[in-house]
Design a protein. Sequence first.
Length: 168
Amino acid sequence: MTHIKIMSLAQAIAHRQTIKTLVFTNGIFDLFHVGHLTYLEQARELGTALFVGLNSDQSTTTLKGPKRPLISESDRAKLLASLECVAGVIIFGELTVHQLIDKLRPEIYVKGGDYALPSADDDQSSSKPVLHEASLVYNYGGQVILIPYQAGYSTTELIDRIVERYCE
């Protein structure tokens, strides 16, 4: 069943036509942890179905550095697809998720609270990365929802904890 949920963009677009309220999120999801799970379960509750855009190995390396990902894109996709709350997983190689959002046009786009929405006055004083794709979603009438970030649950923190405990 999980392999059916891993789909190309064309398959996702076709499946999307049957979904009343599509919720969409994206990420790397390397070293999957309970913070990821809680986030995805909360996202799914916002609509009829949840699609997840998954960064490819190549885009992950470009974004996070040469030591990442730790888990291959195929394994990360299988793990995400195995979750009851996830209806579809689309692996993408671009550095931004704009193409997926533009083609799927989800009613709701979700990201974690570790991002900031762009402000009307172009004030970029937040220490959080700005979610530039929000304007794309707003332009077609979609919603952007930030789910509160759970402190202590990040892949980077998990890696740091492993290194600290096992590399002494």
